[in-house]
Design a protein around this ligand. Structure first.
Ligand code: HEC
Length: 126
């Protein structure tokens, strides 16, 4: 893993290590594909991402989204600039953590970070 990703993702790395019960670097390999993450958390009108955005998500949804966005950040961009991918996915993961932790303004931060088109237009293969 590159140092830039480590610098951007301290919270994600720590939380990922917690989830897997392991703190070695091998735990930072994603265990979910981007497709699986998108289908479980983002796809469709009533998705977990949408419920978080309109403030109807359960706490379990929010905790799951922290995990899904960590997994997203651990994946490599299938297309586009790697540094931009790291930035966007780190922002999204931090926003999910803020939502889970009920931080002030987290809803606005989440809505800005979860911009499907901004990410797909540069990182989603045709
Ligand atoms: C930080 C980047 C990012 C954000 C934000 C994002 N996506 Fe994606 N999404 C991707 C990438 C990358 C792919 C392509 C995965 C591949 O084909 O390898 C993808 C693929 C998908 C797919 C296709 C999955 C499949 O089975 O191939 C759907 C559906 C999807 N996204 C929905 C959404 C929706 C809806 C949102 C917003 C609520 C969203 N995504 C936000 C990065 C993102």
């Amino acid at each position: 893993m590159k140092p830039t990703l480590l610098a951007l993702l301290p919270a994600a790395v720590v939380a990922a290590a917690t989830f897997t019960g392991c703190s070695t670097f091998s735990s930072t390999k994603p265990s979910m594909s981007i497709e699986d993450i998108m289908n479980e958390g983002f796809k469709g009108k009533g998705s977990m991402a949408a419920r978080i955005g309109d403030n109807t998500a359960s706490q379990a949804d929010k905790m799951r989204m922290v995990y899904l966005t960590q997994q997203l950040a651990l994946n490599k961009a299938p297309k586009g600039d790697a540094a931009d991918w790291e930035l966007k996915t780190a922002k999204l993961n931090r926003a999910a953590i803020a939502i889970q932790d009920k931080l002030p303004d987290s809803l606005e931060v989440w809505r800005a970070a979860v911009d499907c088109k901004a990410c797909h237009s540069v990182h989603k293969p045709d």
